[in-house]
Design a protein around this ligand. Sequence first.
Ligand code: CA
Ligand code: CA
Ligand code: CA
Length: 262
Amino acid sequence: MKSAFVMCSVLLMVTAAFAADPGKGVENSGTAVGVEAIGGPDGYGYQYIDSTENTGLEPTYSWVDITGTGTGLGLDDDGETNIPIGFSFPFYGVDYSNAQVGNNGGVLLSATGDVWAGNLCPMPYTGHEHPAFWVFWDDMDTESGDVYYETQGSCSHPDCAGACLIVEWYDRPHYPGPGASTATFEAIFCDTGDIIAQYQDLDFGDPTLDYGASATVGIEDDTADVTYFLQYSCDTADLADGLAVKYTTGPVPVDLQRIDIE
Ligand SMILES: [Ca+2]
Ligand SMILES: [Ca+2]
Ligand SMILES: [Ca+2]
């Protein structure tokens, strides 16, 4: 039988948002997306798209350094602190004005909670009762660098048209530090509700840690009443320096269309 299996490499710019069932408790594809360039939607309607896509809706990697202008938090090894967002930020349908930043690479949309040293995955982390953005959840340390935040009324990142909050983990080693090298990455919370992670340097000089080999990356709602979540990666070295990942409830292109032709 003649095989006429064709891999269509044309990007079909179908930008309709996936039909997202807003029903609580709906299972999603978050645990299986791995490092696909486009993932979701989760039960709420979040999808992600990373900068390796070229459909026109992917985020631009455009590093914003706030180490000279932002506020250094001086976080301990496993410390957290509360910060003002500076505007009303919507996350899974709830507006937040404060966030809690953890040294271990996560931001909680709550006033309490821990970004524990031991990242857990696959998501969801059901022991956690706080909405979270796991930017690069891993056991970061303190021998160098700091964690900074800054609210910008007119965001410096080209994919945020309005205000944004930027949180930057700068030059941080992995526990127990100082290690061979450090990591630098950041989260950008746009006032539209979009969230962008940017990874400038994820090379610790240790293959067991580099590029997310021991980190959780994704977003999740309060998992006390499970749950919505969208995992980007889980303990796999599939991130890269110069990568941006956007999480959004807005339009995301359908992934490469694989078409069987008989
Ligand atoms: Ca730590
Ligand atoms: Ca490095
Ligand atoms: Ca880890």
